[in-house]
Ligand binder design. Structure first.
Ligand code: NAD
Length: 476
């Protein structure tokens, strides 16, 4: 593995100056120039899939098919979608005139914001570093990319890929932890795209405020999952198990906790246990021997999850399923927790691991009030019929995204904005929304020369002008 290179402040600001020059050059870049950059990445990925899979496996034993599905596929579809649509995204968009603007012509131009910093987390170490890079390059922005220090094999791979494909004046990778990130954050970037925890997100926003850099914050939190009376319980159980234990629960949009109607709780729990066995232990060799379960990323996170379990057990929580752990293998069994109360940390902190707490409700309003008493989540899942109850949840709660009768999958939709709200994030990403995150939507208005509407409202404010102004206020 590469040693972290250290950078002096002078070196960082020299790199930033180089990228500033590129930003000016790229301001006028055509869609075909930008597409060439995206294609370079696409070709590199198709030639190096094995390397990507083994690097992420080295980092936290992520199963190869999961890397195909959740690291390589989302990035290649993001690239293909951008290549297909970039030409139309970049075209200035005409806007309608209002009566008071009659005679003018308005258009929205999309200019690249310019110098950009992308800071990514460890949990989807390839996808969440390269996905935003695609959006930045599509929008015409040079990038300094800071991948996570907790997944060093993947971060090294990303650095080698970028150094092979780009000049550092275009895209540069800087590796390291908190200290180097804080130094880079001193630079006056035009845009900062951060994916990580709400706690660190606040620090990023604070640093960005010193330069008034714009931010996209893709954060986390506790995504609630309602299983209502009308749900198909077997179908819901299978989808929730697949979404929760993907990446060993270390997914920002994993169902964090369940809210189940009291009447269907026992039946649903039975279906969940069957689904876990069916998916992760079909040959009855034991869940700990499953090749389809990733491991916890490091011992700090293992200890954190272990202490969440210990805390719940000490306060009267019941392990409905699982609960076994092995620190030597950083293994935590898929675990379902019941008999919970508000004093337990598992209901306060984002879990980010294979532990699924279950709460129950009798009236849907209880579930809605519970969700609304917490910070706004990144995703909310509802299993049940698309009826009035579902509409009630949709309208009475606030979250970054909502999914009906499945979970996690919305991340892959190319035409939906992805992101949080307040505590779970600021700004949106993916596809066109990712392109917008790195673009300044510049409103441009063309006025005709000579007489026009505004001539009528210029001083002196005589009786006739005042009359026109009051008519404007009354009618337009
Ligand atoms: P993190 O916030 O600890 O770290 C993210 C990045 O910030 C890393 O590159 C890290 O080096 C850097 N960092 C950490 N502390 C810093 C500091 N004090 N100053 C500057 N930079 C700092 O997050 P993580 O543990 O890597 O990832 C898990 C979190 O990310 C979870 O909360 C999860 O929900 C969230 N997440 C969100 C999304 C999303 O798309 N919304 C996706 C994945 C993960």
């Amino acid at each position: 593995m590469m040693e972290f290179q250290s950078y002096s402040l002078k070196e960082l600001s020299n790199l930033f100056e180089l990228q500033k020059e590129t930003a000016l050059k790229w301001r006028q870049s055509s869609s075909s120039e930008r597409i060439l950059r995206l294609e370079k990445i696409k070709n590199w990925i198709s030639l190096n899939q094995k390397w990507i899979k083994s690097a992420i496996y080295e980092d936290f034993k992520k199963p190869f098919p999961e890397t195909d599905l959740s690291e390589i596929f989302p990035v290649t579809t993001e690239i293909n979608h951008a290549i297909k649509n970039l030409n139309s995204w970049m075209k200035p968009k005409k806007v309608d005139s209002s009566l008071s603007m009659a005679g003018t012509k308005g258009k929205i131009f999309f200019e690249p914001k310019g110098t950009s910093l992308i800071i990514s987390p460890w949990n989807y170490p390839f996808n969440l570093a390269i996905g935003p890079l695609i959006s930045a390059l599509a929008a015409g922005c040079p990038v300094i990319l800071k991948p996570s220090e907790l997944t060093p094999h993947t971060s090294d791979l990303i650095q080698q890929m970028i150094e092979e494909l780009f000049d550092k004046a275009e895209v540069a990778v800087i590796q390291g932890g908190v200290e180097i990130t804080q130094q880079v954050l001193e630079l006056p970037f035009d845009h900062i795209f951060f994916t990580g925890s709400p706690t660190v997100g606040k620090k990023i926003m604070e640093a960005a405020s010193r330069n008034l850099s714009s931010v996209t914050l893709e954060l986390g939190g506790k995504s609630p999952t309602i299983v209502h009376l009308t749900a198909d319980l077997k179908d819901a159980a299978e989808k929730i198990v697949a979404g929760k234990f993907l990446n060993c629960g270390q997914t920002c949009v994993a169902p964090d906790y369940l809210l189940i109607h009291e009447e269907v709780k026992e039946h649903f729990l039975m279906e969940v246990k069957v689904a876990i066995k069916k998916m992760y232990d079909p040959d009855l060799k034991g869940l700990e021997n499953s090749e389809d379960l990733a491991r916890i990323v490091n011992s700090n996170n293992f200890q954190r999850l272990h202490s969440l379990l210990d805390d719940a057990k000490a306060k009267g929580g019941k392990i409905e399923f699982g609960g076994n752990t092995n620190p030597d293998d950083l293994y935590i069994e898929p675990t379902i927790l019941g008999d919970l109360n508000d004093s337990m940390r598992v209901l306060e902190e984002e879990i980010f691991g294979p532990i699924l707490p279950i709460l129950t409700y009798n009236a849907l309003e209880e579930a809605i009030s519970y969700i609304n008493s917490k910070p706004k989540p990144l995703a909310l899942y509802y299993f049940g019929k698309e009826d009035d109850s579902y509409q009630e949840v949709l309208q009475k709660t606030s979250s970054g995204n909502v999914m009906l009768n499945d979970c996690v999958l919305h991340f892959l939709h190319p035409n939906l904005p992805f992101g949080g709200v307040n505590n779970s994030g600021i700004g949106k990403s993916h596809g066109y929304f990712g392109y917008l995150a790195f673009s300044n939507e510049k409103g441009v208005l063309k006025q005709r020369v000579g007489f026009n509407n505004s001539t009528l409202i210029k001083p002196p404010y005589d009786f006739k002008t005042k009359k026109i102004i009051s008519t404007l206020i009354k009618w337009l």
